[in-house]
Design a protein around this ligand. Sequence first.
Ligand code: SIN
Length: 492
Amino acid sequence: MTTLTQEATVVGITVPTGLFIAGQWRDSQGQSRFDVHDPATGAVIAHIADATTHDALDALDAAAAAQNSWGSTSPRTRAEILRMAYDLIISHREDIAAITTAEMGRPLDQSLGEVRYGAEFFRWFAEQTAHLHGNFGSSPNGDFDIITTKVPVGPSLLITPWNFPLAMGTRKIGAALAAGCTTIIKPAAQTPLTMAFLVRLLAEAGVPDGVVNFVPTSSAATQSETLMNDSRLRKVSFTGSTGVGVRLLQQAAPNIMRSSMELGGNGPFVILEDADIDAAVDGAMVAKFRNGGQSCVAANRIIVHRAIAQEFLDKFVQRTKDLHVASGTTPGADIGPLIDQRQRDRVQRLVNDAVQDGATILAGGHPISGNGYFYAPTVVTDVPESSAIATEEIFGPVAVVITADSDDEAIRIANDTPFGLVAFVYATDVTRAFDAAKQIEAGMVGVNRGLVSEPGAPFGGMKASGLGREGGHIGIDEYLETKYIALGRTRP
Ligand code: SIN
């Protein structure tokens, strides 16, 4: 029986604000809380329990205790719970979208889009659950049989980001639960409320006690270090910056812990000479400005062939100037605020440095005064390839447009980065586009398409952008071990 010990009312919706451990909502052992802000106003909208390392270890105790029974439930039982959770998300979609907009800032219709996207991971993984099969065959010399089976990795720490607070959680939780792993969820400190609401729905869907544990904290580094020192934890899955990913991989090493890392990007958006320019402008608007540019699959650098650069820029700059920047609850808003003052200062520093390096601002280029952390949608060009704005992930509504004189030059520029998460290629000649897509070093390439994210497709990067894939047919493998049994045919 779950008892809510604490709740808050956020935009008229009741949201749990406690920790969830072993099937119980409770306060943190330190009785402390941290503030959650609305980035459109800077106002505090809730105080959420701040898990201590003792709470995190309680969550691991619960996850470890529940592992055997959850790992041995029938696939159909797990599938039905996930499917029920999908239905619950869909029936609460308006509330979830409103909570996300309140704590993350993006326009309400885009939050509703994230709810549908996020829910689909549960439906997708529910459908995968009944298809977890091993193999049976003979050893090459015929002496014995080779049987393989899949077993859950074990208790998993899932660390989720603030930019898609629901979907980045369901992408991990869906795969983990489908595989039979128990979980400890650490949401981003900026956006814990969406996940708290989801955890309550998961309990309502029938997830047994201890299978999903929820430990928001303001001390993320200390929490992950404590948990990862404990060999009962068998898996860490993280979405966030490459710097934090490196630290987590170092912490994972002593216990040889399975690790999935969805890290930073520096996505090139390549427009070849024969591209349909209007289609490229449409694609670039999505790839750049979806989620206000706060996405690891955002187009960071738009690399356009010199022969069509002016026409592209004229159209793209106009569309950028037409974007309506406003709080997420304003009808017709296209772009909400950045997540916090720190991120807005960072974006402004990148733009200022680019101007120092010789860049020209064609639109925006400044914060918007008043409450909240709004930033004007921006286009900069004449950017040297070495400028920080072209080498670092921007994570804001700022488009960098670079020109190239050939396909080869465009591909060279696209690959001139330690990152390799996503790329986009626009060309009319499909063979030419496919050739470029093959040469670009990225885990995902959108061809004549500005969005690649899809639950049924494997999401993940190469190089400094990460390890492993989430979603698609292989997403569940991140939470499974292959076990091989050699079956002798003769009696000893
Ligand atoms: C991300 O920004 O982390 C990914 C967003 C997506 O799945 O599209």
